[in-house]
Design a binder for this molecule. Structure first.
Ligand code: ZN
Length: 136
């Protein structure tokens, strides 16, 4: 007999252009796509550089430091695998790209635009995801 298991986080959709990001997260690395044609960094990842059109790229490991550009507090409808209130941040990384991630370790009433945050990695039933928390 199997015991009931709690619902885990939904698995992110992956493609040839995005799998490096999720595989890096599994190793505790926050990777950004880097154009080898012109040096531009971009996120979300894609096949071609919007700056120079090059299809050649590699990755750069971000420092994990940034600031809160904006945020939203998701209450409803509840999605299995998330805790509520679900604080979702738009994070400006120090490297100059912006990404969406959860903000943890702080309540929705205490988060502020411009707040300094840093990445940490959390394991959700084998799925390791980047999360951000205030810099202490
Ligand atoms: Zn480029």
């Amino acid at each position: 007999m199997t015991s009931p298991t709690k619902t885990s986080r939904p698995r992110p959709a992956q493609s040839a252009d995005t799998s490096f990001f999720w595989e890096g997260a599994q190793r505790g690395e926050l990777l950004i796509q880097h154009c080898t044609g012109c040096g531009a960094l971009r996120h979300p990842p894609g096949p071609g550089c919007p700056t120079c059109g090059s299809l050649e790229w590699d990755t750069l490991e971000a420092s994990g430091r940034g600031t809160v550009h904006s945020y939203a507090v998701h209450h409803y409808p509840p999605i299995p695998g998330f805790e509520y209130p679900n604080l979702v941040g738009l994070i400006d990384l120090d490297e100059g790209v912006r990404l969406i991630s959860n903000i943890a370790g702080i309540g929705p009433r205490d988060v502020e635009i411009g707040m300094a945050v840093e990445v940490f990695f959390e394991d959700f039933d084998g799925l390791v995801l980047p999360q951000f928390r205030p810099v202490s």
